[in-house]
Write a protein that binds this ligand. Structure first.
Ligand code: SF4
Length: 326
């Protein structure tokens, strides 16, 4: 591991100043991804600013929703009574991610900022535009069975690994950030980026900006929810494909729906057209199949991931079926 300087921040502004002044500096909280990346020499910050002592770990009720502090642990959020009562989809998605040990270290902000698990990104002997812009993409002509079927570019076809983020984009969350230019709010759907020509940028955060909280508005999705994750072993594995599904039912009629997928794009992939196709329809297999067809429009496979074109719609249908029955 490269040598680096370590400083501990006690106030948000101090942390922001320390990172804004030094383009080689990074915030660190749980470190469950960043430390791995540093050990392998994939990320080489010259300075780590430890933000664990900042007062950003509360989970609290706001006027019209829940606020999750950026430093709230994944396990604390998943087990929180308010979260389970008002946003059970989020608790399901969190518990589908990682392992209990990792959920006890990882924070809300860190979960959102975790980097792709594309194996070429982690292999310093291979080209990777995300790790080293302009070097090429090893996955395009390589083994790409884990890779994207939506929104990829000729520069990068990686997927975002977070389960929590799939639920948060479905639930219309908003990210609160503070930075050198002040505070701002970013719709969760706009927080992560597609790769385009700049796959090295995972998010729309600007230099020195610190995630302080995530707001989730109240909604009717407190009962009929499900997070369906398909992976290669029963736990501690990233999604091949996942779906967050939430339904608001009046009898058997769908009043509103929320759907998003993971493991299919460079960002958590919201399925708004498929949601619209469900509104006013009966909660039946036929409606779910139609929504899944709508959801998959525009999907494009690479050499080794064509299975996702079948697995994707089946995962959506299973998520909706289970949510409706919940
Ligand atoms: Fe790198 Fe993206 Fe290509 Fe993977 S898919 S090798 S992360 S550029």
């Amino acid at each position: 591991m490269n040598q680096f300087q370590y400083v501990r921040a006690t106030k948000p502004q101090g942390a922001i100043d320390a990172v804004a002044k030094d383009p080689t500096a990074k915030f660190i909280a749980g470190g469950t991804n960043l430390v791995d990346l540093m050990k392998r020499g994939i990320m080489t910050p010259q300075k780590l600013v430890d933000i664990n002592r900042l007062p950003l770990a509360k989970i609290e009720r706001q006027d019209k929703g829940l606020r999750l502090g950026a430093l709230a642990l994944n396990s604390a959020v998943a087990n929180d009574a308010l979260v389970r009562q008002h946003q059970p989809l989020l608790a399901l998605a969190l518990n589908a991610g990682a392992s209990p040990q990792l959920r006890n270290m990882a924070t809300v902000g860190g979960n959102m900022l975790q980097r792709t698990r594309c194996s070429y990104f982690y292999d310093l002997t291979m080209p990777c535009n995300k790790r080293e812009p302009g070097s090429g993409c090893g996955a395009l002509e390589g083994i790409n069975r884990m890779h994207a079927i939506f929104g990829a570019s000729d520069k990068c076809i990686a997927v975002h690994p977070s389960d929590m983020s799939v639920a948060l984009v479905a639930l219309d969350a908003t990210v609160l950030v503070s930075g050198p230019k002040g505070d701002r709010r970013i719709a969760f759907a706009d927080f992560h980026r597609l790769p385009g020509d700049t796959p090295e940028k995972d998010t729309n955060l600007e230099a020195g900006e610190l995630i302080t909280a995530v707001d989730i508005p109240d909604g009717p999705f407190t009962k009929h929810v499900h997070y369906q994750k398909v992976r290669e072993r029963a736990s501690y594995a990233f999604a091949l494909v996942s779906t967050a599904a939430a339904l608001d039912l009046d009898g058997n009629t769908i009043k509103a729906a929320r759907l998003a997928m993971g493991g299919v794009a460079h960002k958590p992939w919201r399925l708004t057209a498929a949601e619209q196709s469900l509104v006013g329809q009966p909660a039946t297999e036929a409606s779910f199949r139609r929504a899944a067809e709508v959801a998959m429009q525009g999907a494009k496979a690479f050499k080794h991931n064509a299975y996702k074109l079948k697995l994707g719609p089946n995962t959506i249908v299973q998520a909706l079926r289970t949510a409706a029955a919940a």
